[in-house]
Write a protein that binds this ligand. Structure first.
Ligand SMILES: [Zn+2]
Length: 373
């Protein structure tokens, strides 16, 4: 293993801009590096669904062998991402302040490259697959559209969190919804009694909703509201968008039903204008499914053993956000999340201390060693 080479891989990857849907150049870079080692690279056809320049990249390091586990990371970053200038100073990678660093998730991709080089050089036949997804940051689109027939390993690890001492085995489920309240338009000055103010109706319902932190494992939010046409028109329509997250599927269902019931009650008791009453229309979709890997599962146990072996302390913990790992789990591939050392992700202050980055690399290597027995 070679810390200088790990640094170089990260610098090169972080210098290639790859906002969501523009992962082409990074994917090509990875493919060339992996192929030169004799690994086999597959791109799936997910681009037709995701709108990315490329498909997801799945790499078999030892194509002849049955893989034991996979390591996953995403190739896209959030914005601003154009023209990155990466600085390494006092043991820390950062951007020049105009763009994100993109350690989320290129720190993972650099670890994959260094692992592949190390295993190939030492001829360590620890069969591992690397899954490099697209469009994680815009709704886990790559993972949702991955060709799972390419995934031959039974379970794996997503390197997509901050603290290398966290072992994340639980993540919430989330739904996204839109509620439309339909009233009736009328001139606000001449005959307001002929109208039904949709904004007023919606406001009444919103004040009765449970929002914010509902309990220890559940949150709810209305994040967008849009409606009305002019100050002199009683607004006919207003649309709200929101989300509910929880580590309990039942709680999400219950809260969503309560939300709807609240709107329906307000609407059905509203005064009529002529023979019109306000109406409510709703749309709701799953954002990502629940992730809950049991502590006794080999994917957790192997990581705990690996940590113990090299004196790398671990906290078994949960996260409040969804990631590709939610999708892998829901498709029958148990997967927990590891930290790579990246910090302040999704901001131009994002940084990556080499010390933690190197720890994450060594821990991941030890996981492979444990899995290989
Ligand atoms: Zn990420």
């Amino acid at each position: 293993m070679n810390i200088e080479r790990l640094k170089r891989f990260f610098l090169e990857l972080a210098s290639i801009p790859s906002p969501s849907r523009r992962e082409g150049a990074v994917a090509l870079y990875l493919k060339e590096k992996f192929s030169a080692l004799g690994a086999r690279c597959y791109f799936d056809n997910s681009f037709s669904q995701t709108g990315s320049e490329v498909g997801n990249l799945v790499v078999d390091l030892w194509p002849e062998d049955q893989p034991l586990l996979f390591l996953a990371g995403h190739m896209d970053t959030v914005q601003p991402a154009d023209n990155p200038k990466i600085i390494f100073e006092n043991g820390i990678f950062k951007s020049d302040g105009r763009t994100v660093l993109g350690a989320d998730d290129k720190s993972a991709l650099a670890i994959f490259l260094e692992l592949a080089h190390y295993l190939r050089e030492e001829n360590l036949r620890w069969p591992v697959q690397f899954i490099c997804t697209t469009c994680e940051e815009i709704g886990l689109l790559g993972a949702k559209n991955l060709d799972y027939s390419l995934v031959r390993a039974p379970y794996g690890y997503a390197l997509d969190s901050e603290d290398p001492h966290d072992l994340i085995h639980r993540a919430p489920e989330a739904i996204r919804f839109e509620i439309k309240v339909l009233g009736r338009a009328a001139h606000a000055g001449l005959n307001p009694e002929k109208g039904i103010n949709a904004i007023r109706v919606a406001s009444e319902a919103i004040t009765r909703l449970k929002l914010g932190r509902i309990d220890e494992e559940t949150t709810a939010n209305i994040g967008l509201i849009r409606g009305g046409q002019a100050t002199n028109i009683v607004p006919e329509e207003v649309a709200l968008q929101g989300e509910i997250r929880s580590h309990s599927h039942q709680k999400i269902q219950a809260l969503w039903e309560e939300t709807l019931r609240t709107f329906r009650e307000v609407v059905s008791s509203w005064r009529k204008a002529g023979d019109t009453r306000p109406e409510v229309l709703e749309k709701c979709q799953e954002d990502y499914p629940l992730m809950a890997v049991p502590e006794g599962h080999p994917v957790v146990q192997i990581a705990l053993q690996a940590g113990k072996k090299i004196g790398h302390e671990l906290r078994l913990t949960k996260t409040g956000g969804g990631s590709d790992a939610n999708i892998f789990n829901s498709r029958g591939f148990p997967c927990v999340i590891l930290g790579t050392g990246m910090r302040k992700v999704h901001s131009t202050e994002e940084y990556l201390p080499l010390e933690d980055f190197w720890k994450a690399f060594r821990f991941t290597l030890e996981i492979l060693r444990q899995a290989a027995g």
